[in-house]
Write a protein that binds this ligand. Structure first.
Ligand code: FAD
Length: 368
């Protein structure tokens, strides 16, 4: 019997394998990954500089141990270069491997807008950046979104001088209203550059379109991710922004499924941990012959900026309504109220984060 083949050994791939094993102890499982296959917590990457964590210290379990625990064969450093859905085979450097069902858990690539910048999207990136940081003091960060703010806070707490650049007029511009944005701005000990249009990066220095130059020694880009879709496109599988799946997590190719940062469901790409936890349970059941449907509840994201406790649960893009904010000495509570009077999202800063669970219960699900 051909194995269930999972391509990718990130959280999505491993979580799917764990859920399959929970339901079935014997079905053959093969995990193929272009990286080491070592299991680590990716969210830790933007919280590791202040605590001086080495890349090795971030590995929770090696690939061999993962294979033993999951009763799975793991092929590390094995890049899949093609998928053949009609033949139920994948190709790894030209070698064909058969599957009974295929799971694409390929993750996403960082979007790079400028040459001369680093990005951190996996353990190897973290190791490279950490090495390049040695002996340097001034870091420029491109992007004041969720991950950019986390790196900014972490690096400033680690003692670096941090300059953050964004084309928006405040941090987390797409996720929170101005009151929360300004709270974050005041809480993080970094130099902010908003409405900043970068023309080039030269020797680590940031050149803006208005002619100003901000000196930095090293640049970290955190402007967003692009789901890895090339393998799917080449195989004729339908993609939008990510690899499109239906509510059963199946792609347009029979017996080919997708999960995690590479996946799009009903027009939504959600590159976070909680969607993977929900989707992996449904996917495992469906890989074993069930036909369960993906449901997402509201999934607030805790932003890891210790200098500014922060939780966001933004409304769906395009939602009609408005933000209502209450600011105090200790924090900001903002709720997004829809035109029908129902709460559709929230952003909580400082002490207001304690209201997260109560508010989350009132939010509508993301996929119901
Ligand atoms: C710095 C940072 C901080 C974050 N913090 C948070 C947080 O606080 N909360 C939260 O909810 N989310 C957070 N996230 C997002 C979260 O970590 C991701 O959503 C999640 O880890 C994605 O897992 P994944 O398995 O889909 O992708 P990945 O972990 O990227 O795994 C992809 C796997 O696919 C393999 N692969 C790719 N292409 C091929 C190929 N052709 N052949 C073989 N293998 C291939 C790769 O080698 C890898 O093993 C953070 C992300 C980053 C970058």
């Amino acid at each position: 019997m051909e194995p269930i083949v999972i391509v990718g050994a990130g959280l999505a791939g491993y979580q799917c394998a764990k859920e399959v094993r929970r339901l079935d102890e014997t079905v053959p499982l093969l995990i193929v990954a272009s990286d080491s296959g070592n299991y680590y917590s990716k969210p830790m990457l933007s919280n590791a500089f202040a605590s001086q964590k080495t890349p090795d210290a971030l590995v929770l379990k090696g690939s061999v141990k993962m294979g033993e625990e999951l009763g799975a064969q793991i092929l590390p450093y094995a890049e899949v270069d093609a998928i053949f859905p009609e033949d139920r085979e994948i190709s790894v450097r030209g070698r064909r491997i058969g599957y009974s069902k295929l799971v694409l858990a390929l993750g996403a690539d960082p979007i790079m807008l400028h040459e001369g910048a680093f990005s951190i999207n996996d353990l190897a990136d973290y190791a490279k950046f950490r090495q390049a940081l040695d002996g340097k003091n001034k870091v420029a960060i491109l992007g004041a979104g969720l991950v950019g703010c986390e790196f900014a806070d972490d690096l400033s707490r680690a003692g670096f001088v941090v300059d953050v650049f964004d084309i928006a007029d405040r941090p987390l511009g797409r996720l929170v209203p101005p009151e929360c944005g300004h709270w974050i701005e005041r809480s993080l000990k970094v130099n902010w550059h908003f409405n900043a249009k970068i023309s080039k990066i030269e020797k680590g220095n940031i050149h803006l379109e208005d002619g100003s130059v901000i000196e930095a020694e090293i640049v970290l880009s955190a402007v967003g991710l692009k789901p890895r879709t090339k393998l799917a496109i080449d195989a004729g599988i339908e993609v939008g922004r990510g690899i499109r799946v239906d509510r059963h997590l199946e792609t347009s190719a029979k017996e080919v499924y997708a999960i995690g940062d590479c996946m799009e469901v009903e027009g939504t790409v959600l590159p976070f941990v909680m969607p993977i936890m929900h989707a992996s349970k449904i996917l495992a059941a469906n890989l074993l012959g069930k036909r369960e449907k993906l449901v997402y509840p509201a999934m607030p994201v805790v932003v890891k900026t210790p200098s500014c406790p922060l939780v966001v649960s933004p409304p769906k893009p395009g939602a009609k309504g408005q933000w209502q904010s209450e600011s105090g000495q200790d924090g900001v509570k903002s709720v997004f109220v829809g035109d029908d009077g129902k709460m559709l999202g929230f952003a909580l800063c400082g002490k207001a984060v304690s209201e997260k669970n109560a508010l989350a219960k009132e939010l509508p699900g993301i996929l119901s």
